[in-house]
Design a protein around this ligand. Structure first.
Ligand SMILES: [Zn+2]
Length: 223
């Protein structure tokens, strides 16, 4: 899987962008550090002190993002937003019932719905762990294979619903960023790792890699 390794500038820019778009700009800037961690993609580090009234206060926040692995852009963004949800809950001192408790999940689901994200609570998973967790059973999917105007290539796994595939095709072709798109009906378990939705997004993947897993797939054109 190809993708990107985040830089401090990139994370800073995304933090500011998501702060405006998603968190009403209320989050104060925090230091950003890159990490080589295997065990997490993102982490909100902080110090904690006990208050005289018996409560606790968190302070000295740092956002750490692991650059150990190449990850798709959307996954790096989702990781940053995941940590920003933690930051928001602490900053607003919202009384969540666990680390990824009901407040966290409700914010996460709301952001996923409203902003077309795929944030999960399992932010500690590494590519190896996720690889091991991929469902190995053959499942029949519609796979879109895309080439962007800037030369990047990617895939999107779509529901097997004619209208949704057609809507996705029309949507991406209306975008100046997409040069071409092809569709395949495919049961290679490789594609089980991607979320199935008709959202107008893609996962960056070299075309050659995708085609290896589409060797026995049936091209779709009549819809
Ligand atoms: Zn978390």
């Amino acid at each position: 899987m190809t993708g990107m390794r985040a830089t401090i500038d990139f994370i800073q820019q995304k933090f500011d962008e998501f702060n405006r778009q998603i968190f009403n700009g209320v989050l104060p800037a925090i230091p950003i550090k890159l990490s080589n961690a295997k065990t997490f993609q993102g982490q909100l580090a902080f110090k904690i002190r006990r208050l005289k009234n018996g409560g606790v206060e968190r302070y000295d926040y740092t956002l750490r993002v692991s650059t150990r692995y190449d990850l798709p852009l959307a996954e790096v963004e989702d990781t940053i937003i995941h940590e920003m949800i933690h930051y928001y809950i602490f900053f607003k001192q919202l009384p969540d019932d666990s680390v990824h408790g009901s407040i966290f999940r409700s914010m996460m689901n709301d952001i996923n719905n409203r902003h077309g994200r795929h944030i999960t609570i399992s932010h500690k998973s590494t590519p190896e762990q996720r690889e091991a967790a991929v469902d190995p059973r053959p499942r029949l999917h519609v796979v879109a294979l895309l080439t962007m105007a800037d030369g990047r290539e990617g895939v999107k796994v779509l529901p097997r619903v004619r209208q949704k595939v057609a809507a996705y095709r029309d949507g991406v072709l209306a975008s100046n960023e997409v040069k071409s798109v092809e569709f395949y009906l495919c049961d290679d378990p490789f594609f089980n790792r991607y979320p199935v939705s008709a959202a107008l997004r893609l996962h960056f993947l070299p075309r050659a890699t995708a085609l290896r897993h589409l060797a026995t797939a049936r091209p779709l054109s009549d819809f």
